[in-house]
Design a protein around this ligand. Structure first.
Ligand code: ZN
Length: 680
């Protein structure tokens, strides 16, 4: 770079404002070919022979450049070009009917799941490449989930244990564990209590395997009958199960309110609940630390997979009606933090693959998003396990004709899986021997109304210092800034990946290095921008006497960033890439402004000479490299404005008259427009 960035900021302020104005105006666009959305959708219906039904209101919405958005060869691309403008998406109802709905960030088409899986498969071809990715993935998911920040705030409390209730071959005991001061996760532990299990499943120390069992969003939460049957039966067969409330459900609702389940905080809280309950379990003399499993259905499946990804204490995992490559889980407790977007995007199948070569089991069916198990997720997982010669460790139960639930046929799959892994007592698998308890038996504290009429936990076990509102918890234990940072970092990561991928390099390791260079740079300039935005005194432009504009202040603040941000990126890119590829990346940073501006000159300047062409191109390329360090498009436009002024000054100094050429060009456009109108 010939010129320091600080000089750019300075020269911008010293430039007379009038000189800039002509060049900063966008080139005239006389016709946007705008049509109402409803009309465009009718054209798409006719062309592709489909019918749309609507969950969204299209009244008053219009589409610019409508005819150009229809791609005769691709229905999918056409929909994306049109519906993407409004954050709408089409969902197939049958062969010819599609329903238009608001975009759901966590749900995609099956074909997109296939594309994502194909893409992931290009990232690793052997065990070494896979393990590098898996390690990165575990780290990124863990960071993004926020568990470590919350674990640092956790208290080292012993659980409050209830009375042990004895049933046929197993016992149940309630437990409440304080996580952060004043907040308790409540649950129940189901423990084997029969000779067969002791003889066949317990180790020499009398220890049993343990299954951490996160809940899905089933009716009645952890008091649900199907869940109780499963935990009781597994205990009879020789495995301890620990079941606990979702955040904002059951007794958690008494502490924080049910409405707070629909928050990203729930994701972190539920993971930390499982962590701390497992910590507790491993202090028990009857738990074998080498045999730890996770099992849950639906949202409980999401959490089983997250746990197995970020906590290497798990040696078995059985997600039921969950694993997919095209759906992240629709509740904020599953996808409210960008855990599925780390490293440019992942899937629950990829997260589950981090268990390789430990045994895993997927239970799926035809009637929900797991219907792609046989075609997409199971082959994908077997490929990765194949790197370890362990494809047989991927077990799958697929149930045609069944729907999204956790019925007996699915529980049977769970029993079979854990039996195969831990040699559980199959002959004890008789669900009729399970005792279904009422909710009042399963709750730890009990509930009553306080003076304000709010339902709160009480009872003989209830601690006196309950915090009864989410607000103090949120303020004390959740670092809002941390969450904000995680979110934008995930966005930048996606951008960096997209740009690096667009180069279509045939070396995945190189793509990764380029992606990292871009991500680091984007992170640095964004962080700098956000932290220094208010550093500049709101002064006056000494040349014009006018107040400094917002964009001037931004440029001054951003220009003060350390030079290394720029040099590390550029040196790195130049070492990895050809000069054309480097230019491609710079164009992506500056949304193709070099080409766009040159195109304008070709229209405005009659018979542009090769010298004029190369002088302008050089000025614009110089601006492009300066502009990449500035965060907002406004700043970038300002910096290109300086280059444009230089180009125009060059024209004027070499026998041209910019103002005349520009006004002639505008007149020509107007005349053409008029001619076209009279024709019509
Ligand atoms: Zn949820």
């Amino acid at each position: 770079m010939k010129k320091g960035i600080a000089t750019v900021a300075l020269s911008l302020l010293l430039l007379p404002m009038a000189a800039q104005s002509s060049s900063n105006k966008p080139l005239a666009v006389e016709n946007r070919m705008t049509q109402p959305l409803s009309q465009v959708m009718k054209q798409i219906e006719q062309r592709f022979n489909v019918t749309f039904s609507y969950n969204v209101d299209t009244a008053g919405l219009s589409v610019d450049y409508a005819p150009g958005r229809i791609r005769p060869y691709s229905f999918e691309e056409t929909l994306q070009n049109v519906l993407g403008l409004f954050d709408f998406k089409a969902w197939k109802q049958n062969d010819s009917v599609y329903r238009i709905k608001p975009f759901e960030y966590y749900r995609r088409w099956d074909s997109e799941g296939q594309q994502m899986t194909d893409y992931l498969n290009t990232l690793y071809h052997n065990r070494t490449e896979w393990e590098a990715r898996a390690q990165e993935l575990r780290k990124a998911v863990r960071e993004t989930s926020g568990v470590d920040a919350m674990l640092r705030s956790c208290v080292d409390a012993k659980p409050i244990l209830g009375k042990v209730r004895k049933y046929d071959g197993y016992t149940v005991q309630n437990l409440a564990l304080e996580l952060v001061p004043g907040y308790y996760v409540c649950g129940s532990i189901y423990v084997p209590n029969n000779k067969k299990a002791r003889k066949q499943v317990a180790n020499a120390q009398g220890q049993y395997p343990v299954i951490i069992s996160p809940n899905g969003h089933w009716a009645d939460g952890r008091y649900n009958k199907d869940l109780q049957v499963r935990f009781a039966t597994l205990a009879r067969m020789g495995a301890i199960s620990i079941s606990f409330d979702l955040f904002g459900w059951g007794e958690s609702a008494l502490q924080v309110g049910a409405e707070n389940h629909a928050s990203s905080m729930a994701l972190t809280y539920q993971l930390v609940s499982a962590f701390r309950l497992l910590d507790y379990a491993l202090t028990r003399p009857d738990v074998d630390s080498k045999r730890v499993g996770a099992c849950g259905g639906s949202g409980g499946g999401t959490h089983s997979v997250l746990l197995s990804t970020i906590d290497d204490r798990f040696s078995a995992c059985c997600p039921v009606v969950h694993i997919t490559s095209h759906f992240d889980g629709g509740c904020p407790c599953e996808s409210g933090l960008p855990v599925q977007y780390v490293l440019g995007g992942t899937t629950s199948a990829e997260m589950l693959a981090t268990m390789a070569p430990k045994p895993i089991m997927l239970v799926g069916n035809e009637g929900d998003w797991t219907h792609t198990h046989p075609s997409i997720e199971v082959p994908y997982l077997k490929r990765i396990y194949g790197f370890y010669d362990a494809a047989d460790q991927v077990q799958s139960l697929f149930l045609p004709g069944e729907r999204h639930d956790f019925r007996a046929s699915k529980r049977e799959g769970v029993y079979n899986y854990f039996s195969s892994v831990w040699n559980l007592v199959k002959e004890q698998q008789d669900e009729t021997k399970a005792t279904i308890e009422t909710a009042d038996k399963l709750i730890c504290f009990g509930s009553t109304k306080n003076e304000e009429g709010k339902v709160v936990p009480t009872g003989t076990n209830a601690p006196e210092n309950f915090e009864r509102s989410i607000q103090p918890l949120a303020e004390k234990y959740f670092d809002k800034q941390l969450y904000f940072d995680l979110r934008w970092a995930a966005g930048l990561e996606q951008k960096a990946q997209k740009w690096a991928d667009s180069l279509h390099l045939d070396d995945p390791a190189k793509t990764l290095r380029v992606r990292k260079l871009i991500f680091t740079h984007l992170t640095q300039i964004t962080r700098w921008h956000n932290e220094h935005l208010n550093d500049c005194p709101r002064g006056i432009n000494p040349r014009t006497g006018e107040k400094l504009r917002e964009v001037d202040l931004q440029i001054i603040a951003d220009a003060a960033q350390p030079k290394e941000y720029h040099t590390t990126l550029m040196d790195g890119l130049r070492a990895e890439l050809t000069s054309e590829q480097v230019e491609t990346i710079l164009d992506l940073y500056t949304i193709g402004k070099v080409q766009f501006t040159m195109k304008g000159y070709y229209g405005i300047v009659p018979d542009i000479t090769p010298t004029e062409d190369s002088v302008c191109l050089a000025y614009l390329k110089e601006a492009r490299e300066m502009a990449i360090d500035f965060k907002t498009m406004k700043e970038i436009s300002e910096i290109f404005g300086i280059a444009k002024d230089k180009c125009e000054a060059y024209f004027n100094a070499h026998g041209r008259n910019w103002r005349q050429m520009y006004s002639a060009y505008v007149k020509k456009l107007q005349a053409e427009k008029k001619a076209k109108q009279t024709k019509q």
